[in-house]
Design a protein around this ligand. Structure first.
Ligand code: MN
Length: 257
């Protein structure tokens, strides 16, 4: 049997399960909130064109408004100033949209401390227990934050000192971007950076280092608990917005059962 026939057969008999890692898109989908002096991303919004009525008797359809970085989405290298002139979202090679993934579960630590930061030593310890980070694949960082994704307030978790959500230290972000063989980082939070990363050095180190090294981000993922630490494959399908800095994406994991 050809490899693709085997895949189709495994999908059919359930020995490979498709896990949807995408947050549903609606007006309630949480979005990042920047300090008021900066431009803000749009919430997702539907605008009805017709619904089997005078405007279109046999059909229902909508226009929609959305930020490129609203809901589960893919950060392209040109999103950050460090990746200025690098690939836009339409130029990300199609071959990068299907890739192996490892899932590092730090949901216990992030549950105890909303400002928990992943360090290089955490990743190295994980690698000695499991396997090396996959060349050409994704590092998905599980924090349990998907459980908060139905509430803007709980998801962003801000107080007078700013948002409190887990992320990576600046040194860890630098190491992942410059030394690890992965193509990008996927997270359950509103962005790849920690809530407090505005005051890190450099500020927003995940964005700064990943984009500057032609790497990618995937955010607002769900259901990572259903993906094993190693062995899964991710299909990430951002809209090919020409010149765009990112796009909402349907993200699926193929998991062997
Ligand atoms: Mn983004």
């Amino acid at each position: 049997m050809s490899v693709l026939s085997s895949l189709v057969s495994a999908l059919g008999d359930g020995s490979i399960e498709v896990v949807d890692l995408t947050s549903p898109l609606s007006a309630e989908t949480p979005v990042i909130q920047l300090p008021p002096e900066f431009g803000q991303t749009a919430h997702f919004a539907l605008e009805e064109i017709s619904r089997y009525d005078d405007r279109g008797p046999a059909w229902y359809w909508n226009n929609f408004r959305s930020g490129e970085h609203t809901g589960t989405h893919f950060d392209a290298p040109n999103h950050w100033v460090t990746g200025q002139g690098k690939a836009d979202i339409a130029s990300v090679p199609a071959g990068h949209l299907i890739a192996p993934v490892v899932v590092l579960d730090f949901s216990a630590q992030a549950g105890e401390d909303a400002d928990f930061l992943l360090e290089v030593d955490h990743i190295k310890a994980w690698e000695s227990e499991h396997q090396a980070l996959p060349a050409g694949g994704w590092l998905f960082y599980r924090t349990g934050w998907d459980a908060r994704s139905s509430s803007q307030e709980e998801y962003v978790n801000a107080d007078e000192s700013g948002p409190h959500t887990p992320g990576m230290s600046a040194e860890c972000a630098r190491w992942v971007a410059e030394e690890a063989p992965v193509i990008g980082v996927g997270v359950e939070t509103v962005g790849t950076d920690a809530g407090a990363a505005h005051s890190f050095e450099p500020a927003f180190p995940c964005h700064s280092y990943l984009m500057g090294n032609d790497k990618y981000g995937l955010t607002q993922l769900q259901n990572l608990a259903q993906v094993p630490p190693t062995g899964a494959v991710v299909i990430a399908g951002p809209l090919p917005i020409v010149t765009g800095s990112g796009a909402p994406a349907r993200v699926l994991a193929l998991v062997e059962r």
